[in-house]
Design a protein around this ligand. Structure first.
Ligand code: GLA
Length: 385
């Protein structure tokens, strides 16, 4: 894949000045907690994007392998939304310029194997990877934390998703064989070894992405905000759902509309599960971690209501196979992948059984990936070495 990206760049533009590897991410546990100042436990994956970038005095030219639509023009013109993949790149350039980081025109070729719409954050990979490449090219010396915050702003301002910081942190701070325990309130983080004797991670892609995803995501965020507003009437010290606990929620129950109560309860419980998952991982206790994954899924399905029939079905099917410690939907929801912790010698059996059942039910084949946990964004070659 790297070869293809470099070759495509060479064929059209010559030698790139910088080539960056930007990973997708998985999330072990801690879903929809990031924008509630909570805890998350994601990891960078070995499904990656490569970005080859060079300066040019001609018009800019942005190309993605395997995705239709190229963009050509003066990159300094003001941003207009097109709904196309290059909105991410143009958003990055526009945002950086508004902060005083000007770029000239650029040649960019992007390609990789992060499945789009699978909940593996190809969008964070492209934005973080591109910011990193520009930083290399122009020598701004932005910190990884600054890059993560900028990439999040691109989603907020140019794409319209009010996302948290989990994806950007995973992509930028990932470490081989580790997950990243990130405290989204303080932005303190730590790496947690994530190797289990005999167990591996298996992703199963539903192949669907229901189009209410972005709207529903922003709605959840708003519901959590309303929850905090009500809880503050009882305890003005509450600044986010991170500060709440089950006791406070019980006390406030009669004041909170049922739907908002469910959202808040899920977040409070999920934060607890992240801490428990870290302890289970430290003991290499795949059985306990598996149970936490299943509990997380139940919360996402019944309380946070971001699952869908395809995800529920995959989780149920996988969980019924011996050798599967646990499974849950992963990412924002309404489609994408489930994450499964599976005994290595049962992976093939799980694939066959789940694929058969899924096909019978939904008339489509699920796609399987076996991610390993990888390092975060890095430059892999530059013209001057
Ligand atoms: C998306 C967002 C993240 C996070 C997850 C849900 O991936 O980009 O910030 O909120 O959904 O955990």
């Amino acid at each position: 894949m790297l070869g293809r990206v470099k070759q495509a760049f060479a064929d059209r533009f010559g030698t790139p000045q910088v080539v960056v590897r930007a990973p997708g991410r998985i999330n072990i546990i801690g879903e929809h907690t990031d924008y509630n100042e909570g805890l998350v436990l994601p990891a960078a994956a070995n499904q990656v994007l490569y970005l080859a970038v060079g300066k040019t005095t001609d018009a800019s030219h942005l190309v993605a392998l395997d995705i239709a639509g190229e963009w050509q023009g003066d990159i300094r013109q003001s941003f207009t939304t097109s709904g196309s993949w290059y909105d991410y790149l143009l958003g990055v350039v526009d945002l950086l310029r508004s902060g005083g980081y000007d770029t000239g025109n650029l040649h960019v070729v992007v390609g990789g194997n992060i499945p789009v719409g699978a909940g593996m954050s190809s969008s964070a990979a492209i934005t973080c990877g591109f910011i990193y490449a520009l930083d290399q090219l122009y020598g701004w010396q932005l910190s990884r934390q600054q890059m993560a915050l900028l990439a999040q702003q691109v989603e907020h301002r140019y794409i319209g998703v009010q996302c948290g910081l989990m994806d950007q942190y995973a992509v930028l701070f990932g470490k081989k064989d580790h997950a990243l325990l990130l405290d989204c309130r303080t932005l303190d983080y730590d790496w947690q070894p994530m190797l289990f004797k005999d167990y591996v991670w298996l992703l199963i892609n539903t192949g669907v992405k229901h189009n209410l995803a972005a709207t529903a995501y922003n709605q959840r965020r708003e519901e959590c905000r309303q929850g905090v507003y009500i809880l503050r009437k009882i305890d003005p010290g509450i600044n986010s759902l991170r500060d709440a606990d089950a006791g406070l929620l019980a006390q406030a129950r009669s004041m909170i509309p049922e739907q908002i109560y469910k959202r808040c309860l899920y977040v409070v419980e999920e934060n607890k599960r992240v801490r428990q998952a870290v302890q289970a991982a430290a003991r290499q206790d795949s059985a306990s971690l598996g149970r936490l994954l299943l509990a997380s899924h139940a919360g996402l399905r019944d309380l946070y209501e971001v699952s869908c029939p395809e995800l529920d079905f995959l989780v149920e099917q996988a969980a019924s196979v011996t050798g599967v410690a646990g499974a849950r939907m992963m990412g924002g929801g309404f489609g994408g992948c489930t994450l499964n912790l599976v005994r290595q010698d049962q992976v093939e059996k799980v694939k066959v059984q789940v694929a058969k059942a899924y096909y019978r039910q939904f008339d489509r084949q699920p796609v399987f990936y076996q991610p390993s946990l990888a390092d975060g964004v890095e430059a892999i070659s530059t013209a001057n070495g």
